[in-house]
Ligand binder design. Structure first.
Ligand code: FES
Ligand code: FES
Length: 171
């Protein structure tokens, strides 16, 4: 049987606090379902093999590469993507800090970098520079914004410690 002939399975995924019922092939990656079936375009494919971090999402509190996870493995788990990070019209402290530190260049790596920072700051509200480097070690930035990411992560941590988690978006 060729892969196209595999029957689709109906699964429910909890993404950004909402349940979605989708039909997937057993071999479909979480990345493709999030991006192409649910329209969450922040989830991007770079390498497709767990090395670049552009497809990173948080699943049950853990940072994962969605290119390495099958959609059916995400059944019953809570998934957070960049789209669910802040309420509509608001910026999360991490996004504000990235803007404040002028870290944005082409932006391709940003969704993954932001999710990696979120995962770090959720478990460690006051990370050292080494801990930030370690937490972002799975994220490749072709534009070389690494030093600004460190500044931004420190600033975001500061905002969050002061209770400033969301900011008005003045785009
Ligand atoms: S696309 Fe998943 S880690 Fe690169
Ligand atoms: S800002 Fe361009 S890849 Fe990171």
């Amino acid at each position: 049987m060729s892969t196209e002939e595999y029957p689709e399975i109906e699964i429910t995924l909890n993404v950004n606090g909402k349940d979605y019922t989708v039909k997937v092939k057993p071999y479909e990656r979480l990345l493709d379902v999030l991006r192409y079936k649910l329209g969450l375009s922040s989830v991007k494919e770079g390498c497709g093999r767990g090395e670049c971090g552009t497809c990173a999402v948080i699943m049950d509190g853990k940072l994962i590469a969605s290119c390495l996870v099958l959609a059916i493995q995400a059944r019953g788990k809570k998934i957070l993507t960049l789209e669910g990070l802040a309420p509509p019209g608001k910026l999360h402290a991490i996004q504000k800090a990235l803007l404040d530190t002028y870290a944005m260049q082409c932006g391709f790596c940003f969704p993954g970098v932001i999710m990696a920072m979120k995962s770090l700051l959720d478990r460690n509200p006051n990370p050292t520079e080494d801990e930030i480097r370690e937490a972002l070690s799975g994220n490749l930035c072709r534009c070389g914004s690494y030093l600004r990411f460190i500044k931004a992560a420190k600033l975001a941590a500061e905002y969050i410690r002061k209770g400033q988690v969301y900011f008005e978006f003045k785009g």
